[in-house]
Design a protein around this ligand. Sequence first.
Ligand SMILES: C[S@@+](CC[C@H](N)C(=O)[O-])C[C@H]1O[C@@H](n2cnc3c(N)ncnc32)[C@H](O)[C@@H]1O
Length: 206
Amino acid sequence: MTDDRERWNEKYSTDDEFELPEDPIPALARLIDTLPEGRALDVATGTGRNARCLARHGYDVDAVDVSDEALDRAAAAAESEGLETVTWIRSDIDDFEFERSAYDVITVSFFAALERLPDLKEALAPGGVLVYEHHLRSTDSIDLGPSTDRHRYRSNDLLRACLDLTILDYRERTRTDDEGRTLAVTTLVGRSSTGGRQPYPPEQDG
Ligand SMILES: C[S@@+](CC[C@H](N)C(=O)[O-])C[C@H]1O[C@@H](n2cnc3c(N)ncnc32)[C@H](O)[C@@H]1O
């Protein structure tokens, strides 16, 4: 059993304060109708909020997480919604074999995966889109996220790591969740395409 597997199973089983939102990350909710259709991968899916959103919109989804507990909850939630197109995969991301050029959409939220980003980007199909959101280091007063900066990105870390994609949107900001708690987040939307004339999604509010 990897350390992460044990640690995250314990967190899901014993930490009553730890609850992941049901709604997909705002960037995915905002852009879902503009993203290429087909296969999707949700990395470190947790209880599957992004994976289930993608399945609801017709994607065949692979959803990976190190925690058995998380995947049990994710699969139960998907079943209760009648979603049948998600394959729940229990794997440490360090051991996960990314299928090359396979996915039209890849989502990662609140999981530090910079070391696997080269493989993750190669897993995008031509024209495939990466939607990635993570905690930022911030001087603002922040209520949510890792207790130390070790697992937060610095300004521009994510942008710099994705400059070989066409950056469709990049933001660094604070926001407040439904319960009024503040978090500092970086959000990147990038497409596996470079240079030349390309189509772009229309400007949207928010
Ligand atoms: C903060 S949660 C985010 C879950 C989900 N992406 C979301 O935004 O709701 C982080 C997730 O990463 C998973 N995780 C931690 N280490 C991992 C690893 N080495 N490989 C795969 N998943 C991992 C945990 O089990 C947990 O479900």
